[in-house]
Design a protein. Structure first.
Length: 223
């Protein structure tokens, strides 16, 4: 299974967003955090901005919705060009219906779990989604400390996906960097979101390569 590095533009320069997106063009997907100031105590950007990013990005968009009422809004992000749309289980009234609506636009559907949410919340959705996101920080702000005690969730999901015979990407978001990426990969993560670990450096492209190398080495050490 491939490993994917997903730079999070939450740590990019919003005044020079297109420039910073171009600087990570060798990554695999572009992670876009949408926050509404209600589901999480932060406010970022919304549908019109994501639509425009989709038009200029050289990478497919991996949109992470940290918002209330994803039942209404999640399919609209797929409609405007997101390649993958992640909604939070905690905010969803009907997760299966949301996933199917996202997929109806030929986009990938994903469900996210906050740290306090048991992994069992996602197990029944493995046949309905293309990815599960395990938050390794409390959602809402970048630059937080990695919560290593979330990694058993990733391992449990990997085992459950294998038992069900489904191909589900396992994403980890929060605190990913040089010191944590290997542990995430060894737990079973294959899609790794990194924000400040990439954009806080003078050469974001080099950082993407370095993180991919570390992830690849961690995967190789497991065999």
């Amino acid at each position: 299974m491939s490993l994917r590095i997903a730079p999070s533009i939450l740590s990019a320069d919003f005044a020079n967003l297109e420039r910073d997106i171009a600087r990570v063009a060798d990554a695999d997907v572009l992670h876009v955090d949408v926050m509404d100031g209600h589901f999480v105590p932060n406010l970022t950007l919304g549908l019109p901005v994501v639509k425009r990013i989709a038009q200029v990005s050289p990478l497919p968009l991996d949109v992470h919705l940290m918002i209330e009422d994803p039942d209404r809004w999640a399919p609209r992000y797929a409609e405007v060009g997101a390649t993958s749309v992640t909604f939070h289980h905690e905010a969803a009234a009907n997760p299966v219906a949301i996933a199917r609506a996202i997929r109806s636009y030929d986009a990938r559907a994903a469900v996210a779990l906050k740290p306090a949410t048991p992994v069992e919340a996602a197990l029944d959705l493995l046949t309905e989604v293309d990815m599960v996101l395990i938050m390794t920080v409390e959602p809402g702000f970048g630059g937080q400390e990695f919560m290593a005690d979330m990694l058993p969730k990733v391992t449990r999901l990997k085992e459950a996906a294998a038992e069900a015979g489904v191909d589900v990407w396992l994403q980890v978001d929060g605190g990913i960097g040089d010191a944590t990426i290997s542990a995430a990969v060894q737990a079973g993560a294959d899609t790794l979101v990194a924000g400040s670990a990439i954009f806080d450096h003078a050469d974001p492209a080099a950082r993407v390569r370095e993180l991919r190398s570390r992830a690849t080495q961690a995967r190789a050490a497991m065999s």
